[in-house]
Write a new protein. Structure first.
Length: 127
């Protein structure tokens, strides 16, 4: 039987934490998205760690604390075009390089994140 969740396969809580910390360092430096985020990304990273844990089949930490994710609605205050979606994904690719995520689990994660990122697009052009 193979009952391992993606969350476990990718390395669990510690790996998610490292990944998200690396991810927001790239976000903070990316000219196509940094203007959307608060200067202090501590709380943003905290929420994202809890979200990605449940998104990949771990315990429902985000929902326990913040309720239903309603991700598209929560992103509506921000102008997100395909340019921002690709910027977000490129930051995630670089973060995965940094924490040495590779192989099938990386491909699976990027596939799901790519679908979600493009689902967040709410504007045809940047700004
Ligand atoms: C929150 C941008 C895609 C998950 C946010 C915030 C911004 C943002 C500006 C608010 C940060 C804050 O105030 O602390 C973007 C952009 C994306 C994108 C430009 C490009 C498509 C995604 C994707 C996911 C995601 C693909 C999940 C896989 C979240 C979560 C929050 C969040 C969980 C916290 C929501 C809350 O509780 O307030 N995002 N995001 N985002 N984003 Fe994204």
């Amino acid at each position: 039987r193979n009952e391992q969740s993606p969350f476990e396969a990718l390395g669990g809580e510690e790996k998610i934490s490292e990944l998200v910390d690396a991810f927001y360092r790239y976000i903070a430096a990316h000219e196509d998205v940094r203007h959307l985020f608060p200067e202090d990304l501590t709380h943003t990273a905290y929420k994202q760690k809890r979200f990605l844990t449940q998104f990949f089949g771990g315990p429902p930490l985000y929902t326990e604390e913040f309720g239903h994710p309603r991700l598209r609605a929560r992103h509506m205050p921000f102008v997100i075009s395909p340019v921002q979606a690709e910027a977000w994904l490129s930051c995630m690719e670089r973060a995965m390089d940094d924490v040495h995520l590779s192989g099938d689990i990386r491909d699976y994660m990027m596939h799901r994140l790519r679908l979600t990122a493009h689902h967040m697009v709410n504007h045809p052009t940047p700004g």
